[in-house]
Design a protein around this ligand. Structure first.
Ligand code: SME
Length: 159
């Protein structure tokens, strides 16, 4: 599967389903099995002012991440995609899996509201290219628009 078809594949998997839980679960499996050289792919959802572990593929991970912490917190706080070529050079990186060397985090934002982040890790240095960024941003765009997000996920959507 080419990266260009990732979002289209997700659209096909989602169909008419609007529940975020199965759609996030299938999205994490699709990413994990479509991109080479990953050791983790999944979601953290913004709840009560912090990021809480959601559907993922890979080893068990830390459950809660404050917005002040880690690559995930930084991407959520800054509301922009972050690519970290060497996580050990990123101050505050949270090592859920010691094997991780590079990381890509895409915030999930709908109508200005922060819903969570997509986090993808690799045991290779500088694994993620601009092509990966574009493919995963497009996948996140599809995901955000395809689900009915509960209001309770965050009260204000502001970090
Ligand atoms: N490394 C992330 C934490 C999540 S795990 O990688 C799954 C971070 O620094 O935010």
């Amino acid at each position: 599967m080419t990266l260009q078809t990732l979002a289209a594949q997700l659209e096909a998997l989602i169909g008419r389903e609007r529940d975020p839980l199965p759609n996030l679960a299938n999205a994490s499996a699709l990413i994990f099995h479509s991109l080479e050289g990953l050791n983790w792919a999944g979601f953290y959802l913004y709840k009560g002012g912090e990021l809480v572990l959601g559907p993922f593929q890979g080893k068990p991970a830390c459950v809660r991440i404050a917005l002040e912490r880690g690559v995930c917190g930084a991407a959520a706080r800054q509301r922009r995609t972050l690519v970290v070529d060497d996580v050990h050079a990123f101050a505050g990186h949270i090592a859920c899996d010691a094997a991780s060397k590079s990381e890509l985090v895409v915030p999930l934002i709908h109508d200005g509201r922060l819903l969570g982040v997509l986090d993808v890790d690799s045991p290779m240095l500088a694994r993620f290219s601009q092509t990966d960024v574009q493919a995963l941003q497009e996948l996140c765009r599809v995901l955000v628009l395809s689900c009915d997000w509960p209001v309770a996920l965050s009260s204000t959507g502001r970090g």
